[in-house]
Design a protein around this ligand. Sequence first.
Ligand SMILES: NC(=O)C1=CN([C@@H]2O[C@H](COP(=O)(O)OP(=O)(O)OC[C@H]3O[C@@H](n4cnc5c(N)ncnc54)[C@H](O)[C@@H]3O)[C@@H](O)[C@H]2O)C=CC1
Ligand SMILES: O=C(O)[C@H]1O[C@H](OP(=O)(O)OP(=O)(O)OC[C@H]2O[C@@H](n3ccc(=O)[nH]c3=O)[C@H](O)[C@@H]2O)[C@H](O)[C@@H](O)[C@@H]1O
Length: 446
Amino acid sequence: MAVIAQKCPEINVTVVDINEKRIAAWNDENVENIPIYEPGLSAVVAEARDRNLFFSTDVDAAIDKADMIFISVNTPTKTYGIGKGMAADLKYIELCARQIARVAKDDKIVIEKSTLPVRTAEALKSILDNTGNGVKFQILSNPEFLAEGTAVEDLLDPDRVLIGGDIDTTEGMDAVQALVDVYAHWVPKDQILTTNVWSSELSKLTANAFLAQRVSSINSLSELCEKTGADVNEVSRAIGMDSRIGSKFLKSSVGFGGSCFQKDILNLVYIAKSFGLNEVADYWEQVIIMNDHQKKRFAENIVKTLFNTVSGKKIAFLGWAFKKDTNDTRESAAIYVADYLLNEQAEIVIYDPKVTEEQIYADLDYLGTRSEEENRKLVKVVNTPVNATEGAHAVAVLTEWDEFKELDWNEIYKKMLKPAFLFDGRKILDRKSKEAIGFQFYSIGN
Ligand SMILES: NC(=O)C1=CN([C@@H]2O[C@H](COP(=O)(O)OP(=O)(O)OC[C@H]3O[C@@H](n4cnc5c(N)ncnc54)[C@H](O)[C@@H]3O)[C@@H](O)[C@H]2O)C=CC1
Ligand SMILES: O=C(O)[C@H]1O[C@H](OP(=O)(O)OP(=O)(O)OC[C@H]2O[C@@H](n3ccc(=O)[nH]c3=O)[C@H](O)[C@@H]2O)[C@H](O)[C@@H](O)[C@@H]1O
C-alpha cells in the first residue's frame, strides 16, 4: 500500500488494522521505528505518509470512504477443528467481509490481497451479496508475490502483477480495469496479467509451492552430496545454467522458513485431499517432509559432531530471522534447530542484527516444548557476534546476514573452546580459510 501511495499521489490510501500498537508504530514520528524492517521501506513511507498514505485503527470509516478495499489480513494454518494443521484459517477474512457488508453504503471493489484457497471469492461474494442493502460488490483476486527482504524492490519492479476477476461480465471487466489502472502508474501493461478469479487464486498457491519445491529438491540432494563427495553449490550452478531449469531458488540451506511456504503448501495439500486427489496431495506434502528433515538433520549433525552430546555445552547462533534483511522470524529454521538442541540440554546464545530478544523468547515459548523459565535459563540473546561466540563450543550460522561473512573469524576462533566447531547452515562461509584458522568446519551439501 505504501508503494501504491508513492506511485499514485492522486489516490488516497488508508491502511487500517485492529492492532493499535502496530498502527501507532506506523505513525511513529521517527519513520525508522515502523514495525517492519525492510530495506527502502521507511523512505517510501516517509515520502507518502500524511500526503496520501494514512494509518488508522478506524476500520469502519476507511471502509465507508473507500472505492477499493484490499483485504490483506492473516490467513494462518488452522490450529483447531476440521483441517487442523493443514487448511487455511479464513475466520479473519470472513470477519472483514462481514464488516464491509455491514458498513458499505455504496458500490465497492473488494480485492483479495491475502493468499487464499482457490474458490474463496465465492464465499466472500455470498457474504457480501446477502446483506440486503442493495450495495453492489465486485470481487477481484490480486495475490502478492513480493518476498521479504526485497519487498520494495519487488513491488517497484515486479515480474508480473496478477489480477483475477469476473471477466465474463462488463461490471467485472470494469473492476479489473480499475485495478489495472492503479498498477499501470508504474508497471508496464504487458506485465499486468488478467485471468478469471479461480486461476488467480490458484496461481498464488502454485507459485509458492513451486518455489518451495525447488528449495526442497536441492536440499534433498545436499544430503546425497555429503555422502558422495559432490558439492551441492557446484551441482546447483551446473544445473542452473540450463535455461530450462534456471538458477534461482537453488541455494541449499538449513531449510526454508517464512510465514508462507509451509502454510500455502499445507493449504494446497488440504485442497487436493478434499477433492480426493491423494496422489497430488502426497506429491506436494513431500516438500514439507523434506524441509522438516533438513532442519532436523542440521541439528542432529551438531549433536553427533560434538561427540554425541551437547548437554551443558554453549552453542552460538548467528542469525534468527528466516532470511537476511528482515526481522521476520515466522517459521524460521533457527527456531526448530534451537528447539532440538535445547531438548538435548544445550545452552544457546543468539545474535541477530534485527530480531529482538522479546521476539526470540516468544518464538520459543510458542512451541510449548518447555516452560518460559527454562527457555530463559537455557537461551541468552546478545547484541554482538563476539558476545555470542566467546567461550562457545560451536557456532552455527542460521541466517545469511552479509555481516557474518565479514566477521573477524580469527578473533572468534581464539575465544572459543577447542576444538572449535563451525556449522554453516547458509553456505555463506568459505571452507578453506576457516579450516586454515583451525575450525572444524561443516557446511550443508559438501
Ligand atoms: N508477508 C509476506 O511477505 C506476504 C504475505 N502474503 C499474504 O498476505 C496475508 C497477510 O500476511 P502478513 O501481512 O504477513 O500477516 P500479518 O499477520 O503480519 O498481518 C496481518 C494483519 O491483519 C490484521 N487484521 C486481522 N484481522 C483484521 C481485521 N478484521 N481488520 C483489520 N485488520 C485485521 C492483524 O492485526 C495483522 O496486523 C497472508 O494471507 C499472507 O499469506 C502474501 C505475500 C507476501
Ligand atoms: O507468499 C509469500 O509470502 C511470499 O513467499 C516467498 O517469499 P519469502 O518467504 O518472503 O522469502 P523467500 O525469498 O521466498 O525465502 C523463503 C525461504 O526459503 C529460503 N530459501 C530461498 C531460496 C533458496 O534458494 N534457498 C532457500 O533456502 C529462504 O532462506 C527463506 O527461509 C516467495 O518468494 C514470494 O514470492 C511470496 O510472495
